[in-house]
Each structure stands twice: as C-alpha cells, then as structure tokens.
Ligand binder design. Structure first.
Ligand SMILES: Cc1cc2nc3c(=O)[nH]c(=O)nc-3n(C[C@H](O)[C@H](O)[C@H](O)COP(=O)(O)OP(=O)(O)OC[C@H]3O[C@@H](n4cnc5c(N)ncnc54)[C@H](O)[C@@H]3O)c2cc1C
Length: 337
C-alpha cells in the first residue's frame, strides 16, 4: 500500500467543504484493507461524502471505499438475497434491483451515497428504512485483523442509527464495511404509507403502482423538493426529526396550532424539524455563505466558498432559534470529521 499524500477532499463531499487528507487510498478490493499497517491508527472511511461535514484538514489516512459488484447470492421460496459491494452507488443499485425484477428498495430511490454507508445511519425515506430489507454485512475489523459478519439483529438499527454509530466506530474507522446483503421478499406489497407519495401517484393517475412506478414517483418528488448537490452543495436533511414525550408534544401543539405530530410505536412523538426551522424564521435564510434551503428548511446549503466553521455557525444559529421558540433541541444528522 502506498497512499497518496495531501489530497483535496472537496470533490469527495457533497457540501463541497474544503479539507485535505494527509494520506488517501482508494479501496477497490477488500484484500487491500488487510495490507494497511497497524501503525495507521488514525483512519476515516469515506463513501460518497453525502452525510459529512468536513471541519478542515484530516491528519490521518482516508480510505475511500470503491469496491464494486452486485449479484444474486441466494433465492428461496420467500425471498431474493442480493449482495452489493460497499462502493456501489446506492441509487444505481436500487434501480438495478428493480430492473432485475426484485422489488423492495424502491422507496429509497435517489438517496445519494454508497451501499456501504446505508446501514451506518439506517437510511430511510418515504415510509421505509433500509433495515427492513437488510440481511447482513461483511466488514474488515482493523483491531482484530479479520473479516467479520453482522446480521440484522447485530446491527441494532434504530431511527437513523445503528450499532456502528452507537459504538462510535463510524468516526474511529474501526470497521470498514466491504459488502452488504439485502433480503427482498417475493410477496411484494406497495409501500404507500407516505402521503406525498400516494398523492404523486394519484396525480399521475396510477391506481395500482408497480415498484418501478413508485421509484419514478419518488425520483420526481425528490428532484422537485431537494437541491441537487452538484448544483447547490448540501448534505440532505441536516437535522434529525426530534422525538419528544407526548405531554411535551401536546403542550407545544396547544401553543403552536398546526404543529405536525407523528406518534411513534414507543409512545413518543416525532416532530418535523423542517417545520420547526421554518416557523423559527430560517427557511431561505443564510448566515454568511451557509443557509437553509428556500424550498425545504431542513436542508442546509453551501451557497459558495463555505468552510466547516461556517456550517457550524449556521447550525448553532438555527438550533438556538428553534430552542428559543419551541424549547426543542435539534441534533445534526451528518457526521462531523
Ligand atoms: C441531497 C441529499 C439527500 C439525502 N436524503 C437522504 C434520505 O432521504 N434519507 C437518508 O437516510 N439519508 C439521506 N441523505 C444522507 C446520505 O445520503 C446518507 O446518509 C448516505 O447513506 C451516506 O452515504 P455516503 O456513502 O455518502 O456516506 P459518507 O458521507 O461518505 O459517510 C457517512 C458515514 O458512514 C461511514 N462510512 C461510509 N462508508 C463506509 C463503509 N464502507 N464502511 C464503514 N463506514 C463507512 C463514514 O465513515 C461516515 O461516518 C441525503 C443526502 C443528500 C446530499
């Protein structure tokens, strides 16, 4: 292994933030990971950089996951089992499964990033979380110097959460996911739980949608609502939707009519972070080069030339405004490096 030195990371993060990696290696085969010397203790595993805030230069080794490959590994009476390399583009992978006639992942169309990062924050959208279709993953454990497997239970998935985040491994670079297997049930049922999706299909006069109809509808909605990172750098939803106790939600709704509330199976209530930010006056507002997107207040955007410090400043100002108006804490979704 001979890593490149002093590499510019700005093309590798969708917020287009500046920062250089002291050492950088593109990983195209799992075997490369075993060759990394034990002395390289400061590591960061990089996928598509679409859930990342770069604070500046990184003094360690960046391992850019580019392992490709996708295949049907098993099929039984109930399901298809599909494996993909960690470096596969997530959206392309989803479209490929649909083209093969294996539905199930369509609600997660057009989420940027890689297959390997999908389990890290248990990506979710339009009424589906990836854990619902997840079977297992393979990762290189740097401490043990061996490949390890995790099944669904071992990943301890939660809302935008997993074992990898709970243990802080997503920041310590302890594990590099090399591939993941998804289980797609043959008894497919259209997932139309999300109101926007049902409306989009109705407006196209599609009464009994196929999985590909659903994917197309989601792509259309997302293209309308979200800024394209290639044009307006961003990291998608910047804050988690806060979960509060029901009494807190009731009190907030009494004080702020129209507050969207989503009761959760565990008794808590999910609030819409985008609504709170908009009501706090931050939709379309900026502080220096960083602001909240004018069409979707939950998305933080880099209007040009921003640094990680600029992102932190705007983030803190938005959190303070929401705290002051609603006494609710917003926590950021992306990873800060
Ligand atoms: C426009 C836009 C829309 C988005 N919409 C959604 C959405 O609807 N739902 C949603 O959940 N997310 C969404 N996101 C966030 C993002 O797409 C996901 O979090 C995605 O899974 C990140 O993938 P990535 O490859 O870019 O990961 P990166 O940003 O490169 O990395 C994220 C974290 O995962 C770790 N990681 C990455 N690859 C590996 C690996 N192979 N092994 C071990 N660790 C790894 C990194 O170390 C880091 O901690 C959106 C982002 C954007 C820009």
């Amino acid at each position: 292994m001979s890593p490149a030195r002093n590499i510019d990371l700005s093309p590798f993060n969708t917020l287009a933030l500046p920062g250089r990696a002291a050492r950088y290696e593109r990983i195209t085969a799992a075997g490369q990971l075993a060759e990394i010397p034990q002395t390289e203790t400061r590591r960061f595993i990089l996928g598509g950089g679409s859930n990342l805030v770069l604070s500046g230069d990184f003094a360690g080794l960046v391992l850019h996951m580019a392992i490709l490959g996708k295949r049907l590994v098993k099929e039984d009476a109930e399901a298809w089992y599909i494996e993909a390399g960690a470096g596969e583009n997530w959206h392309d992978f989803v479209q490929w499964t649909l083209a093969q006639g294996w539905p199930g992942l369509e609600n997660l169309s057009l989420i940027p990033g890689t297959v390997g990062a999908a389990p890290i924050q248990n990506i979710g959208a339009y009424g589906l979380e990836v854990c619902e279709c997840f079977h297992s993953l393979q990762a290189w454990n740097f401490q043990r110097g061996e490949f390890v497997s995790f099944d669904r239970e071992a990943c301890r998935f939660g809302y935008r959460d997993s074992l990898f985040k709970q243990q802080g491994w997503h920041l310590s670079g302890r594990l590099a996911i090399v591939s993941a297997v998804f289980r797609l049930p043959k008894q497919w049922v259209a997932n139309l739980r999300y109101a926007d999706l049902a409306q989009e299909l109705a407006s196209c006069e599609i009464a009994t949608p196929t999985a590909r109809d659903i994917a197309a509808a989601i792509v259309a909605i997302r293209q309308r609502k979200l800024p394209d990172p290639a044009v307006t750098p961003n990291a998608g939803s910047f804050f988690h939707n806060p979960l509060v106790e029901p009494q807190v939600a009731d009190a907030l709704a009494a004080a702020h009519p129209g507050l969207p509330r989503y009761p959760q199976p565990d008794g808590r209530v999910k609030l819409a972070a985008g609504w709170l930010i908009e009501q706090a006056g931050w939709k379309g507002k900026a502080l220096g080069p960083v602001g909240m997107y004018e069409k979707q207040a939950l998305v933080l955007v880099n209007h040009g030339g921003a640094s990680g410090a600029d992102v932190r400043r705007t983030m803190a100002a938005v959190q303070a405004a929401v705290r002051e108006k609603f006494a609710v804490e917003l926590s950021p979704e992306p990873i800060f490096l």
